[in-house]
Design a protein around this ligand. Structure first.
Ligand SMILES: *Cc1c(COP(=O)(O)O)cnc(C)c1O
Length: 401
């Protein structure tokens, strides 16, 4: 923690004494949020351009989300999956509607992204095949199954052996994908835009090639849209974005923005993948609970009623153009409000720290890359204030062209 007020210091020390050291020291102690802003324990305000890692689609404390969750909690909070509720059925129907697939689709709800991927991994086993082809640079989560699909050696190696026969191919390389998939492949799993890798967009036609390759071999095509989905790219799903996809997968996994900050994930099966699980194959106590599903419905409702998909597309373009104008930025990537940039040098940690000192929260997913995934309720003024501060942030971080 850079700010060392009494409160910040006390909670920093108490954190170190009482929480496991998996995340490193927290950068701030936060006390309050409103729209795209958060406040720390010293009362300093920050423009939150990370949005809880692509989660807070409606920002902090959105009245529609607060109302949906509190109303549902005071009406019916938790019931287990021996029973169902209107929000659960309505959210499943809404997701199927937004997916707009050319075959019937069905949903399984979870509490997080990694659980959605774990469920999807199990679903692929129901094809009778066990091989999975995944991508280098991919991140799919931290449970043993999701970790088995995640490429990063530092995350995997302390926990091997991991389940599954998983092969990794370079992301964006259709030929390598074609060479790796055969008639024993259960599924190809891809992020339509790689998030944790620092927002890596595949070349045009890559996802369509993946669709063809999967079809040739009877493999499932599984898109992990946990970070890229739910409007983040200006389309409900990144695979619907004409520049990226335009193909229908067999399996989609969601989480992050789905609940707008309330924990919820989902696995969606399309066509034959909708029917692969039989009673007893999978389960969850909390998944699909009425409160989480009410949150999901509120998020979708606000995005639709406030025209936020258009706003995401417009503001995203404005941010990318503004960031690219500085010669110390080598490349800016992304769609909508999932934005990544490469700096000229390995300075992303210093840039993120300088941004925080200047009142902006950004993320450094790799030593050279900065990622932004802000709330869809961001305003033009917010964007202007960040772009005005950006050159000074790079100066303060000591980045030179
Ligand atoms: C965040 C993320 C996950 C894991 O989700 P958790 O909710 O953190 O378990 C999986 N896949 C992708 C693409 C993600 O961005």
């Amino acid at each position: 923690m850079s700010d060392q007020s009494g409160l910040e210091q006390t909670y920093g020390e108490r954190y170190a004494a009482s929480l496991m050291n998996t995340f490193g020291a927290p950068k701030l102690v936060l006390t309050r949020g409103e729209g795209p802003y958060v406040w720390d324990a010293d009362g300093r305000r920050y423009l939150d351009l990370l949005g809880g890692i692509a989660v807070n689609a409606l920002g902090h404390g959105h009245p529609a989300l607060v109302d949906a969750v509190t109303t549902q909690l005071s009406t019916l909070g938790h019931i287990s999956n021996f029973f169902t509720s209107a929000p659960q059925v309505e959210l499943a129907e809404a997701l199927v509607r937004l997916l707009d697939a050319d075959a019937p689709a069905k949903v399984f709800f979870t509490n997080s992204g990694t659980e959605a991927n774990e469920a999807a991994f199990k679903l692929t086993r129901r094809t009778g095949r066990t091989r999975i082809v995944a991508a280098e640079g991919a991140f799919h989560g931290r449970t043993m199954g999701a970790l088995a699909l995640t490429a990063k050696a530092a995350y995997r190696e302390p926990f091997e052996p991991l389940p599954g026969e998983v092969v990794f191919v370079p992301y964006g390389d259709a030929e390598a994908l074609a060479a790796a998939v055969d008639d024993t492949t259960a599924a190809i799993v891809l992020e339509p835009i790689q998030g944790e890798a620092g927002v890596v967009v595949p070349p045009e036609g890559y996802l369509a090639a993946a669709r063809r390759i999967a079809d040739e071999h009877g493999a499932l095509l599984w898109f992990d849209e946990i970070q890229s989905g739910m409007g983040r790219t200006g389309h409900w799903f990144a695979h619907q974005h004409p520049a990226i996809g335009g193909v229908t997968p067999d399996v989609v996994t969601l989480a992050k923005s789905l609940g707008g900050g309330f924990p919820i994930g989902a696995l969606i099966g399309i066509g034959r993948a909708a029917e692969l699980f039989e009673p007893g194959n999978h389960g969850t106590t909390f998944g699909g609970n009425p409160v989480a599903c009410a949150a999901g419905l509120a998020v979708i409702g606000v995005i639709e009623n406030a025209g936020l998909l258009e706003r995401v597309a417009v503001l995203g373009q404005k941010i990318r153009d503004g960031l690219a104008a500085d010669p110390r930025v080598v490349e800016v990537r992304g769609e909508g409000l999932l934005i990544g940039l490469d700096l000229v040098a390995e300075s992303s940690a210093a840039v993120a720290a300088a941004a925080q000192d200047a009142g902006f929260i950004v993320n450094a997913p790799t030593p050279t890359r900065i990622r932004l995934a802000p709330a869809y309720v961001l305003t033009e003024d917010d964007v202007d204030s960040f772009l005005a501060a950006w050159p000074g942030i790079l100066d303060a971080a000591g980045v030179t062209a």
